[in-house]
Design a protein around this ligand. Structure first.
Ligand code: P6P
Length: 336
């Protein structure tokens, strides 16, 4: 009895539609699929496997690492560094890029990832995820450099996330729409359950960390105040608010039923342009959301066209249902 199309079958059938495809991309994607299954298993075991709690170390962001941050980072490295498809990789958890060890063949892709996004939720059993982005490495180089990674989001060949929630899902795009797969733990395989995901143009649900309200810029404050004013206000409709503190969970909700997610620039720390990182959070999520018909902006520019200035660069993020994100962008134009 078939449970439908497996992710392996889906990826191979996608490859057949690309003239001259070598199959290297397919094999890399399958390495990432395996990595998410291993991470899902560790996350799912939680306290039973002794993987909760702090690792006793901090990352380049100055954030205290959870044990599962370190475990997930190691899994992503060990699942992909040997197979000969990568020139190098970069992670939220590592200061510098990670070259491929000399004993392994190098490939033509660059991998960037946040191995366990939202990990502050892990000890309280709230959904977390893995985010990844794949770029092409420049040809004819013996070794990749950090500068090789600093490509705008429009250069991504693939982006995806795994969501470790009530069910484990993998959502990916390679520029031909967005497809979601659900892990059948009994079989150990992902099955296509959410083909051609689309973000509704309209929504009545916004997501923002409202504890930062006093630090927001005027356009964001205006937008949120109007949502809070509901039926009696200028929007003439009531809104709902969500904040999971896990970008993967927020984006997945928006892909599933619409919404707008905002982590805007604020004055809380003027040295930071926002909280979220461009290369392995904002860009991959923007690729996915745009491929599903949504819009992704800093409030002033399309995120995917930003020229990166650093591996761990932070940017403001406003993404989701087109008509809502367009409204926030318009408020920035009107009020700047
Ligand atoms: P705050 C998780 O740390 C993260 O990078 C995103 O996944 C999430 O949307 C955001 O930060 C949460 O930030 O300030 O609400 O804890």
């Amino acid at each position: 009895m078939s449970s439908g199309i497996t992710i392996t079958q889906f990826i191979i059938e996608e490859q057949r539609r690309i003239p001259g495809a070598s199959g290297e991309f397919t094999l890399l994607l399958n390495d990432l699929v395996s990595a998410t299954k291993v991470i899902a298993n560790a996350v799912n075991k939680g306290a039973l496997a002794g993987v909760l709690g702090a690792a006793g170390s901090s990352n380049v962001q100055g954030e205290d690492q959870k044990k599962l941050d370190v475990i997930s980072n190691d899994v992503m490295i060990e699942s992909t560094n040997w197979s000969g498809h990568l020139a190098a990789m970069a992670s939220e958890e590592m200061d510098e890029i990670l070259p491929i060890p000399a004993e392994y063949p190098k490939g033509k892709y660059l991998l960037l990832f946040d191995p366990l996004d939202g990990s502050s939720n892990i000890d309280v059993n709230i959904s977390v995820g893995t985010i990844f982005s794949i770029l092409k490495a420049p040809e004819g180089k013996s070794a990749a450099t950090t500068e090789d990674f600093l490509q705008p989001g429009t250069q991504q060949v693939c982006a995806g996330y795994a969501l470790y929630g009530p069910s484990t899902m993998l959502v990916i795009t390679s520029g031909h729409g967005v497809n979601g797969f659900t892990l059948d733990r009994n079989v150990g395989e992902y099955y296509l359950t959410h083909p051609n995901m689309q973000v509704p143009d309209d929504t009545q649900e916004f997501a923002i960390n409202a504890s930062n309200a006093r630090f927001w810029e005027a356009p964001v404050k205006r937008y949120v105040d109007e949502c809070l004013a509901g039926k009696e206000g200028p929007r003439a409709k009531d809104f709902n608010m969500r904040w999971v503190a896990s970008m993967v969970a927020e984006v997945h909700r928006i892909l599933t039923r619409g919404g707008i997610f905002m982590y805007p620039r604020d004055t809380k720390d003027p040295s930071k342009a926002g909280k979220l990182r461009l290369m392995y959070e904002a860009n991959p999520m923007s690729f996915i959301v745009e491929q599903a018909g949504g819009v992704c902006s800093t409030g002033r520019e399309r995120i995917m066209t930003l020229p990166p200035s650093g591996l761990h660069q932070r940017v403001p993020v406003i993404l989701g249902s087109k008509n809502e994100v367009d409204k926030v962008v318009q408020y920035h134009k009107d009020m700047d």
